[in-house]
Ligand binder design. Structure first.
Ligand SMILES: Cc1ncc(C[n+]2csc(CCOP(=O)(O)OP(=O)(O)O)c2C)c(N)n1
Ligand SMILES: [Mg+2]
Length: 335
């Protein structure tokens, strides 16, 4: 096809994960979270629940560049990152339900997903609190002379925080294989970036640490993938960290407790941003470029629905954690 894009050509050559897989992963995250919202409303999920809806292209595009033995660390809006890293949807749903088969044995909940087997290092609730952990993981990788990398995802709300800058500085100074990925969705709860940052072009904070910095369209899964692939290569081969800024938007409230009729942004703004829906845009593109047809889309969507339904069934059937588990794994224990 004369009209086929470079992306379709690369898929045909088998160089990269199929484009359809990226679409399916984004859709899985979307449907998984819509279902989680429903379960929250029914009272089956307690505590906080921060949905990633609108931002799916960032986690999916970025994590598609990794090897299985690479690491990911993220904040509290991390269901999407966990699913993209290969954590089983049913074990994530069971965690949201607070059940014993959840990834964190039902003791973590939505903000504390953790799965050692998939090198998924959380799920962290403290804004700006975990970039130092990412730097530490980068240090361990280097110390052990491995060639793995860690992707550290955080919101624009981490950028004004001190620990973030300390971690960035050390990663540059010690040449650590960390890729810093800021998901700039323009707000930290109700605070717009312009009210929190003196330098609102977040990628330019890299200049202070003399590392590469780059902004990309966080609503375009392929743009994210390309920017992250370059950064991962640099981290793996040269141990050079990069600061990436993925410009994105969350379609829902800050958390399930934040009314969607929020006063810090207008309805018109949200509606405008929804036109850039990363899933709808990518689906249209794949149809147009004949990477996918309507029948394949239907099949893909059905598979996703089934996975989500099965995740809920699994979570419902999983028992509550026993009371004796309360004090276990509070400090590090093997097993
Ligand atoms: C150190 C700290 N201060 C305040 C909070 C309360 N808090 C929770 S989420 C949030 C906003 C963070 O926004 P951002 O980093 O942009 O992430 P987003 O929610 O947009 O994904 C704040 C201030 C917190 N969790 N940790
Ligand atoms: Mg934000």
């Amino acid at each position: 096809m004369a009209g086929k894009s470079k992306a379709a050509a690369r898929e045909a050559s088998g160089e990269e994960k199929p484009l359809r897989h990226l679409l399916q992963q984004m859709l899985l995250i979307r449907r998984f979270e819509e279902k989680a919202a429903e379960m929250y409303a029914l009272g089956k999920i307690g505590g906080f629940l921060h949905l990633y809806i609108g931002q799916e292209a960032v986690a999916v595009g970025a994590i598609s560049t990794l090897r299985d033995d690479d690491y990911v660390i993220a904040g509290y809006r991390e269901h999407g990152h966990a699913l993209a890293k290969g954590v089983e949807p049913r074990r994530v749903m069971a965690e949201l339900f607070g059940r014993r088969d959840g990834v964190s044995k039902g003791k973590g909940g939505s903000m504390h997903l953790f799965d050692k087997a998939h090198r998924f290092l959380g799920g962290h609730a403290i804004v700006g609190g975990y970039p130092p952990i990412a730097a530490g993981v980068g240090f361990a990788i280097k110390y052990r002379e491995e060639d793995r990398v860690i992707l550290c995802f955080f919101g624009d709300g981490s950028v004004p925080q001190g620990e973030f800058h300390e971690a960035l500085n050390l990663s540059a100074l010690w040449k650590l294989p960390v890729v810093w990925i800021c998901e700039n969705n323009r707000y930290a709860m109700g605070t717009a970036v312009e009210r929190a940052l003196a330098q609102t072009e977040i990628a330019r904070h890299a200049e202070s640490y003399r590392i590469p910095g780059e902004a990309c369209d966080g609503m375009d899964v392929l743009a994210v993938r390309e920017a992250v692939a370059r950064a991962v290569e640099r981290a793996r081969c040269e141990k050079t960290p990069t600061l990436l800024e993925a410009r994105t938007y969350r379609f829902r409230g800050h958390s399930m407790r934040d009314p969607s009729a929020a006063i810090y942004r207008t309805k018109a703004e949200v509606e405008e941003e929804k036109k850039r829906d990363p899933i709808a845009v990518f689906r249209e593109r794949l149809l147009r470029e004949e990477v996918l047809d309507e029948a394949e889309w239907k099949l893909l969507a059905e598979e996703v629905e089934q996975t989500v339904a099965e995740a809920v069934e699994f979570a419902e059937a999983s028992p509550e954690p026993p009371a004796e588990w309360l004090l276990q794994n509070v400090y590090h224990e093997e097993g």
